[in-house]
Design a protein around this ligand. Structure first.
Ligand code: BEZ
Length: 236
């Protein structure tokens, strides 16, 4: 086994409480996740300030911040850079960078300084196979109770799809709100999946069409309609 794989690092997992930390950010000090109690929050890392993929990502996320906020979700970024680097980079983005129709973009959400890598290590954002000094592109969705609900990782070279991050947030909130699951590529207005039959009798009833409003592909795979307006009213 290569040396890089020998050190075992505990990583937070879905369903666990988000690890607690205090940090300096571009918007002042934060206590995480306590300061975000009652709200969804996306905590995400990027490899480094003043790099092109990260710049494209920050401009995209900042441009969508209002949309995330309206869905009850706050954004918090992190990289293994210092506060003054963060400030200089965000100023450069606002003053100089035009990208895909975005310009004069102000990043208003906090960007954590993490030179010591304390937070990045706690959250499993450091992946030595990629880099010993840069965090990978990690995304943690944390619910209003401070529980980690989804984790997505991307390597250094791959910019994230922010439409997917928004879709995932809406799907998580919809699942909570309506007690359903969402199938592949689900978007509001698409049919949703109901919990599997819990007994042989229930499975039989479903196959005989005794449960109204369901469409069953088989006894374990039943969907129902969920109105788009109803979803949006509940989650936005
Ligand atoms: C970038 O954001 O462009 C980048 C950062 C680290 C490694 C490779 C690319």
């Amino acid at each position: 086994m290569e040396e890089q794989n020998e050190k075992v690092v505990a990583m937070p997992r879905i369903g666990e409480k988000a690890p607690v930390f205090k940090a300096v950010t571009t918007q002042g000090e934060i206590n995480f996740p306590a300061d975000y109690k009652g709200s969804w929050v996306i905590l995400f890392s990027h490899p480094a300030d003043f790099t092109p993929v990260c710049t494209s990502e920050f401009m995209t996320f900042a441009s969508m911040e209002k949309q995330f906020n309206e869905a009850g979700c706050k954004l918090v970024g992190l990289s293994v850079d210092g506060l003054y680097s963060h400030i200089a980079w965000l100023r450069t983005i606002k003053e100089k960078i035009e990208y895909r129709g975005m310009k004069n973009v102000e990043v208003k959400f906090p960007l954590i300084e993490d030179i010591t890598m304390e937070v990045a290590t706690k959250y499993g954002m450091m992946m030595p196979g990629e880099s010993n000094t840069k965090a990978v592109r990690a995304v943690f969705f944390i619910d209003p109770k401070g529980v980690i609900r989804t984790i997505i990782y991307y390597p250094l070279s791959l910019g994230r799809n922010f439409d997917e991050l928004y879709r995932a947030l809406i799907a998580l909130k919809t699942a909570d709100e309506f007690g359903i699951a969402t199938p592949a590529d689900w978007r509001p207005g698409d049919d949703v999946i109901i919990s599997p039959a819990g007994s042989c009798g229930a499975a039989q009833d479903r196959m005989e069409g005794k449960e109204e409003g369901l469409e069953c592909k088989d006894w374990f795979f039943c969907t129902k309609k969920l109105d788009k307006e109803k979803v949006l009213k509940a989650v936005l």
